[in-house]
Design a protein around this ligand. Structure first.
Ligand code: G6P
Length: 367
């Protein structure tokens, strides 16, 4: 089949728009018909025989792993280590019996990720892959490949592959939590029902696009930007900074909100837009107090939150982007949307080559 932009100006915008549909397909592939269990392919994974997961990946896939670390640790009580594949492969990290090694890669061909996988061969108890290309090297060389069903992704900056990776990783973490006795069958059902509601919520969330575009037009005049997030929102902040750098060429970095005072606060002035990712969850008040430190120093805050968060903390904020309410555990998948839109519309405002950013390749098969 010919792949076209389906009326969109760029593949990236088409791929952002496709997310509710492809996430539905991913969920349908893994969730049992009666919505009571998660079916992993083949023999699946026996999470009771694992005491640790190591993950290694690159780029956006690395941030998917970092998000999954919070999920596996909180839900399944499984310790997780995450590293850039390019670091992991040369660190000679101990990988022992009882360790599952997990590699996330859209293309399944990234050279560093493949090398990290090969390093784990014969050392890890099982080698797991989460890829978008079942015929790829990483999928083939793993013991178990979990496809993400995102469909072909053409834009160099990953969007729908990221949210489908997150979806599969969350399903795995829920499966592990249930298998290891940290989530009852009833609790699992509740989470699965919530996950099945995600595509509709994401569809509804697409209503923020115009508001984000207005912010992006202003952001396009900035030289730098800072993203902040706490807990599971920290990897989303990192992904937001990566996306913005990749396609708009604006220098952006992300920090865990609590680290603000240990360095980046020195950068804050009226020229520094600070994007704060903060749903009204258990960590909200902490993040809001970090945000107030930014505003007290003249920093311009873009707050990405939900209705409750906006009602509580919008005072003095430059722009507030309000997303629909969602289960805290699932929130990272939804919060990918505003950072994608922000990068996309900033790049469009700057007139850069959105789908083919300079110096970047979709798949990096050299070291
Ligand atoms: C390249 C792409 C990124 C991608 C990374 C990892 O740098 O530009 O968008 O996240 O490779 O690719 P993979 O195919 O392994 O997910």
């Amino acid at each position: 089949t010919r792949i076209d932009k389906a009326g969109h100006k760029h593949f990236m915008s088409k791929e952002i728009a496709e997310q509710p549909t492809v996430i539905s397909e991913t969920l349908a592939a893994y969730i049992a018909n009666d919505a009571s269990d998660i079916n992993l392919p083949g023999d699946g994974v026996d999470f009771t025989k694992i005491n640790r997961i190591v993950m290694a990946s690159c780029g956006t896939a690395y941030y998917a792993c970092l998000t999954a670390k919070y999920w596996f640790e909180q839900l399944a009580h499984l310790p997780v280590e995450v590293d850039f594949a390019s670091e992991f492969r040369y660190r000679t990290p101990p990988v022992t019996e009882g360790t599952a090694a997990l590699f996330v890669s859209q293309s399944g061909e990234t050279a560093d990720t493949l090398a990290a996988l090969r390093y784990c061969e014969g050392k890890a108890s099982s080698i797991l892959a989460v890829t978008n290309v079942p015929e790829s090297s990483i999928a083939r060389e793993s013991d178990l490949n979990m496809p993400i069903y995102a469909g072909a992704e053409i834009g160099v900056a990953s969007t729908k592959a990221f949210t489908c990776q997150l979806t599969v990783l969350l399903l795995m973490a829920l499966k592990a939590a249930h298998a290891r006795g940290h989530l009852t069958g009833e609790e699992l059902k509740v989470k699965l029902a919530a996950l099945r509601g995600l595509p509709a919520i994401m569809n509804q969330a697409m209503g923020i696009e115009e508001a984000v575009r207005d912010v992006a037009v202003q952001l396009s005049h900035s030289r730098d930007a800072l993203f902040l997030g706490r807990g599971v929102m920290f990897p989303l902040a990192l992904e937001g900074a990566l996306k913005l750098k990749e396609i708009s060429y604006i220098h952006a970095e992300a920090y865990a909100s609590g680290e603000l005072k240990h360095g980046p606060i020195a950068l804050i002035d009226e020229n520094m837009p600070v994007i704060v990712m903060a749903p009204r969850d258990a960590l909200f008040d902490k993040t809001v107090s970090n945000m107030q430190e930014v505003m007290a120093r003249g920093g311009k805050v873009v707050l990405i939150t939900d209705a409750a968060g906006a009602a509580e903390a919008s005072d003095g904020v430059w722009h507030t982007i309000v997303l629909p309410d969602i289960d805290d555990v699932i929130a990272p998948i939804l919060y990918a949307l505003p950072v994608q839109y922000l990068a996309y519309h900033t790049a469009v405002a700057k007139g850069t080559d959105v789908d083919q950013p300079r110096n970047l390749a979709k798949s990096v098969t050299v070291e």
